[in-house]
Design a protein around this ligand. Sequence first.
Ligand SMILES: Nc1nc2c(c(=O)[nH]1)N[C@H]1C(S)=C(S)[C@@H](COP(=O)(O)O)O[C@H]1N2
Ligand SMILES: [Mo]
Length: 316
Amino acid sequence: MLFRFLKSSDVKSSEITPENIYHNRREFIQASALLGIGAVALGLNIPQARADVLANITRSGTYDTDEKQTPYRAVTGYNNFYEFGTGKDDPARNAHTLRPRPWTVKVDGHVENPGDYDIDDLIRPHTLQERIYRMRCVEAWSMVIPWVGIPLADIINRLGPTSKAKYILFETLVDRKQMPGQSRRVIKWPYAEGLRMDEAMNPLTLMAVGLYGETLPNQNGAPLRLVVPWKYGFKGIKSIVRISFVKNRPRNSWKRLAPKEYGFFANVNPDVDHPRWTQANERRIGEFRRRDTLMFNGYGEEVAHMYSGMNLKKYF
Ligand SMILES: Nc1nc2c(c(=O)[nH]1)N[C@H]1C(S)=C(S)[C@@H](COP(=O)(O)O)O[C@H]1N2
Ligand SMILES: [Mo]
């Protein structure tokens, strides 16, 4: 059980991990070299132990939570990524087979600049930002993660959707060699997710390329994954290879699998329970007392206006 490792009082001072050196930039690179040791001690294969430190990250602080950040070992060791298995520790163990470079993202649909974009051409014109967000998984656990990414609106504006584009569809890579979990048909591959255009353009919506100042570990969705902090974690599609501007509400994997349990909107909502468990409270990874879940995961000020007049019990 990974939880065993997550109590901060358990961490020996000799055990250097990214989250306790993170706030000291000068020591970051040096200490990151030691990460490999920590990964081995955990018994996990964390390929990003090489700690590819991202340069030129800006910090506006505007949307950051100042809550305690979830330890790096939990953020990168307790994951949902069914392409690498359905167990929470499967992605950290298995995702080393994913090759995040070279990587091509297909942009198509109702857009002025469609094409097959090399990941680095997609990222390069933009400034990377750090965003410290709460993440609330639909399974009622949560984390606080310092993401690094680009506001999705910046990317969309450069791609130039036409007026016919009402939604965006995202798809994950399909490749059984790189993603061994895809030989089982637990979901219908590719994993797919979508957003309404106003949700995609909301300043909170981030296209992440890193976390804790490093490039994204494979298990967290390298090289490109969505982060939509007021929605349940499953909207945060990983290892994206397609961005499609569409007219109609796109399919999304979890709703397709179990439409009574998962909706398209998936806004965090303590008043709408999952049929099999409550959504009124959650367990912050690393803590033991459950905490109340906040409407829109606490981001109502930024996002509630997009849903005014909508019946959120019906459109869950
Ligand atoms: N392609 C893909 N993306 C995915 C998933 C997945 O299984 N496949 N799981 C989702 C779920 S349910 C959650 S909670 C988050 C977990 O992100 P994390 O592992 O980086 O915390 O990823 C989401 N994105
Ligand atoms: Mo999730």
